[in-house]
Design a binder for this molecule. Structure first.
Ligand code: ADP
Ligand code: 5GP
Length: 200
């Protein structure tokens, strides 16, 4: 694997999508994986851009074919990362970002311990609630389910390499830039270059 794998996770409404979108707009050289899901598209969604929208039969067929790098059921819908495009980009040396919930992140961690796992944290539960309500994309019941789910995600925070506080979008994007830039300089990721270039 030549590219680096960055996994951005954390509770729904924390701001993962906002941060990742802003990051790849500034850094188009990084590939943001497009997930498959069985959830219904929202007004701002576009098939093949924000997600691949498929039905449950198609999703189960994908699982049977081992087409997903990871997959999870989240608030009654399936979500999964298509394996082939991600592996292709990594093999080509391109860095990849997965923006996924924590069950999926833990699956990826077991297969790719060399990945970088980043937990996006809202400033408070009250603010998380406000952001979910403000986004206006779920019913009050769905927001409640997502808040319940969030409570099961915080105990996993310690399994991540970094906490990315999202108090302010610009500051959070800068923090993500700093994490990614530092990780790319980490010696274990560069020792092959030193060996090849200077120690042959
Ligand atoms: P996630 O992808 O984690 O579910 P989103 O990126 O959709 O979260 O963000 C949830 C809502 O919060 C959106 O309406 C977004 O515009 C808003 N938001 C994101 N980051 C911030 C922030 N730092 N301050 C205020 N609102 C934010
Ligand atoms: P949403 O319905 O708000 O788009 O996404 C719900 C949750 O599913 C979010 O936390 C989002 O990060 C996560 N998610 C999106 N794509 C994937 C994926 O491919 N795999 C997993 N495990 N979670 C995903």
């Amino acid at each position: 694997m030549k590219g680096n794998l960055f996994v951005v996770s954390g509770p729904s409404g924390a701001g993962k999508g906002t941060i990742c979108k802003a990051y790849v707009e500034k850094h188009p050289e990084v590939y943001l994986s497009i997930s498959a899901t069985t959830r219904k598209p929202r007004a701002e969604d576009a098939d093949g851009v924000t997600y691949f929208f498929i039905d449950e039969d198609q999703f189960r067929a994908g699982i049977a074919k081992d087409a997903f790098l990871e997959h999870a059921v989240y608030c009654d819908n399936y979500y999964g990362t298509p394996k082939e495009p991600v592996m292709k980009q990594l093999e080509a040396g391109r860095d990849v970002i997965l923006e996924i919930e924590s069950d999926g992140a833990m699956q990826v961690r077991s297969h790719f311990p060399e990945g970088v796992f980043i937990f996006v944290c809202p400033p408070s539960i009250e603010e998380l609630n406000r952001r979910l309500e403000g986004r206006g994309s779920e019913t009050p019941e769905e927001i409640q389910a997502r808040l319940e789910k969030a409570k099961s995600e915080f105990p996993r925070a310690k399994k991540y390499n970094y906490m990315l506080m999202n108090d302010d979008v610009d500051a959070a994007v800068q923090r993500l830039e700093a994490i990614i830039a530092a990780e790319k300089c980490y010696m274990p990721r560069n020792i092959e270059f030193i060996n090849k270039e200077f120690l042959k």
